[in-house]
Design a protein around this ligand. Structure first.
Ligand code: GLU
Length: 436
């Protein structure tokens, strides 16, 4: 089915051509299908629907970077500003070899819905650079980060578009980017980027905010199901910022036992559970979880199909598909990654009675504390960590309940419910501004 055919009351052709990808589903088509489904249910105004199917603006960047060898290498990247009806565009920057414009468009759309679900006064954007950050030296990484800002800096700003970390970008990268932006604008503007190190205007609690928000959601979902999580098993796909902190907090806050984890180099299993401090130290030392003493190697599909209370997909897009969804045995799927489940898999999981906490809600703790960071930067006054945790918990609970109530009243799965909440809010803002 073509993406344009799927818009029920949208007769105009797509204004943004979708680039077909050869490996796996195209995430932008997925994002448009999800929007179309929700738009149909709420009878969204056709002009609003068409406007929301495409990004408002996008920038394609070409960046020369001096490598340590003395040679210049040319990198390509993107910044997509999807929709800023509700406030400045907000979204991370990814460094990944498989980055593509359609992935960035999808991720920018998801940021728009995410900030709306959380009811924070921001729009949605995303950036990406096609590169293999693991093959770059620290100084090459710094020069690439600065080159990105030299190009994209012209459309960024605390009132227009505020980047943050995402896959393979870090607080250190945010610090270099901030410095480059401040040099371009000849003054300190800490609010232009979030996820900064604390010493440079970062917020306490931002480091584990994505995972913490997800854990709060899991706790709410378990309570609604009458499920006791203490001693229950969890599996985590991906062991970056979100995945590793989910390990720490699932144990610390929920008393769960994490029996399987994976990263890009391997997948490990131990029915007794992994202790976070030891596994985290091992990953820091060796660069991977693979080969952790006392663990058995398993395949990625075995991890996803384990009999656990909670499965945390915390890596990349489209890992739960029509092929493996029938075999998922988790009671709760908590999406710490963006876009890990395809629309076909959503329906399968829903019909099986799996409770899915969608990315727009489950991983929104990151952007929520990013918003707190912007507020603190604007004030020049910084909160204690427990204050950040308290405010985050309140925001997550409110958003969780809005999605839960919408799912019940429309009799739809949680992802559709999250879309309905988000689209209604963005559409209202666009209408009030006179856009549609
Ligand atoms: N990259 C994170 C996300 O996908 C955080 C974005 C932000 O803080 O702006 O939600």
């Amino acid at each position: 089915m073509s993406a344009s055919n799927d818009a029920s009351h949208n007769t105009a052709p797509l204004t943004i051509p979708v680039t077909e990808t050869t490996s796996g589903p195209n995430p932008f088509i997925t994002a448009q299908q999800q929007l179309d489904q929700a738009a149909r249910i709420i009878g969204l105004d056709p002009a609003a629907h068409e406007l929301l199917r495409s990004p408002l603006r996008e920038l394609h960047l070409t960046m020369p970077v001096k490598m340590d060898s003395g040679q210049t290498k040319i990198f390509h990247g993107f910044r997509v500003q999807y929709n800023d009806a509700r406030g400045p565009n907000k979204g991370g920057i990814r460094f990944h070899p498989d980055e593509s414009i359609d992935t960035v468009r999808a991720l920018a759309a998801w940021m728009t819905w995410k900030t709306a679900v959380m009811d924070i006064p921001l729009g949605g954007s995303k950036g990406g650079v096609i590169c293999d950050p693991k093959a770059l030296s620290p100084s090459e990484l710094e020069r690439l980060s600065r080159a990105y800002i030299r190009q994209a800096g012209r459309i960024l700003g605390p009132d227009t578009d505020i980047p943050a970390p995402d896959v393979y970008t870090s607080p250190q990268i945010m610090a270099w980017m901030l410095d480059e932006y401040c040099a371009m604008h000849k003054k300190n503007r800490f609010g232009v980027i979030t996820g900064k190190p604390i010493a440079l205007g970062g917020s306490a609690g931002r480091g584990d905010a994505t995972a913490r928000g997800g854990i709060f959601c899991v706790r709410e979902a378990a309570e609604a199901l009458g499920l006791n999580l203490s001693g229950a098993r969890a599996a985590i796909q991906g062991y970056g910022n979100a995945g590793s902190n989910a390990h720490k907090l699932a144990a610390e806050l929920l008393g769960m036992k994490v029996i399987a984890v994976s990263d890009s180099k391997g997948c490990i299993y131990n029915p007794e559970g992994f202790a976070f401090p030891a596994l985290n130290a091992y990953k820091k030392q060796t660069g991977s979880v693979a080969g952790f003493p006392g663990s058995a190697p398993i395949s990625n599909s075995e991890l996803l199909e384990l009999d656990v209370a909670v499965l945390f997909p915390a890596a990349l897009e489209s890992v739960i598909t029509a092929q493996n969804a029938p075999d998922i045995r988790a009671k709760i799927v908590a999406e710490l990654a963006n876009g890990p489940t395809t629309p076909e898999a959503d329906t399968i999981l829903y019909n099986k009675g799996v409770i899915l906490i969608p990315d727009l809600l489950c991983n929104a703790g990151g952007v929520t504390v990013s918003y707190f960071e912007m507020v603190q930067n604007a004030y020049g006054y910084y909160w204690e960590e427990d204050e950040v945790h308290r405010r985050l918990e309140k925001k997550m609970k409110t958003a969780f309940r809005a999605v839960q109530q919408t799912a019940q009243s429309y009799k739809v799965h949680n992802r559709l419910a999250a879309y309905i909440v988000a689209i209604q809010r963005v559409a209202e803002a666009m209408k009030l501004r006179g856009w549609v």
